[in-house]
Write a protein that binds this ligand. Structure first.
Ligand SMILES: [Zn+2]
Length: 255
């Protein structure tokens, strides 16, 4: 077992904001979960996941309390005042120091959010269902910071090189567009495969369109494809049953 490899966002967040994505490297899971699986619900041995989570906690923020989430591909954010039971929601928001907000992914897009002064953070689980249902809009609306004051980093997700979808996914976005201009932008995020009703979808691009429309100006990341990099990332689309990465953000405890 090696030290867990954590991917750190390349974004201009204040130093008090801690953020990381776990990779598959390090950890003690075996078989299809090999490496640093962070999810209890995928069929991996619970003892392995608990050990992996402890390794990550020690490397990321030993004094933080971890807040997990029951993700349902919906559009509800949850505001965390005190860490506790995992709420059923698809994003977490907090202004309290010392709480590590955790979203699990293995192809869906994790969206990291903090404000410029570093006293409000959020993390979003953005798959196509949640995104077309409004999880990005609802999360930004639930934050007390104005969108102009937010810094955003788009984490590892399945990119358009590998994300084949049916026309239902394209139609869901064309239906949720707020106007014809946004609809055109969403259309350009779907490249036809030349097969009937099949497209390569660019979820990261759709997230950018939505975030810019909402007023968020500082958006970085969006370069890592989970499917392309098997040594570093789990990908459900590539592997079928597999582990999950944890996307973590925390306001560092005041020193
Ligand atoms: Zn790819």
């Amino acid at each position: 077992m090696r030290t867990p490899e954590l991917l750190r966002p390349d974004w201009p967040a204040p130093a008090t904001v801690l953020a990381a994505v776990t990779t598959r490297n390090g950890g003690c899971s075996e078989g299809e979960f090999a490496g640093l699986n962070m999810a209890l619900h995928v069929g991996d041995a619970e003892s392995s996941v608990r050990r992996n989570r402890k390794l990550v906690a020690d490397a990321f923020a030993p004094d933080a309390q971890f807040q997990w989430l029951r993700q349902v591909h919906g559009n509800e954010p949850a505001i965390v005042l005190q860490p506790g039971e995992a709420p059923e929601a698809d994003s977490l928001i907090s202004s309290a120091p010392g709480i590590a907000l955790c979203v699990l992914t293995a192809d869906c897009l994790p969206i990291f959010v903090c404000n410029r002064s570093g006293d409000e953070v959020g993390i979003v689980h953005a798959g196509w269902r949640g995104m077309s249902a409004g999880i990005i809009e609802n999360t930004l609306a639930a934050m007390r910071s104005e969108p102009e004051d937010l810094l955003i980093w788009l984490g590892p997700a399945i990119q358009s090189c590998h994300y084949e979808v049916g026309k239902d996914v394209r139609e869901a976005f064309l239906d949720c567009a707020v106007d014809s201009c946004e609809q055109r932008q969403f259309k350009s995020a779907f490249a036809s495969l030349g097969k009937q009703g099949k497209y390569y979808a660019d979820l990261t691009r759709i997230a950018r369109v939505k975030l810019l429309r909402l007023g968020a100006a500082s958006i970085s990341g969006g370069t890592h494809c989970t499917h392309c990099n098997a040594s570093r990332f789990y990908s459900h689309r590539r592997d079928g049953p597999c582990g999950r990465m944890a996307n973590l953000i925390c306001i560092g405890a005041a020193s």
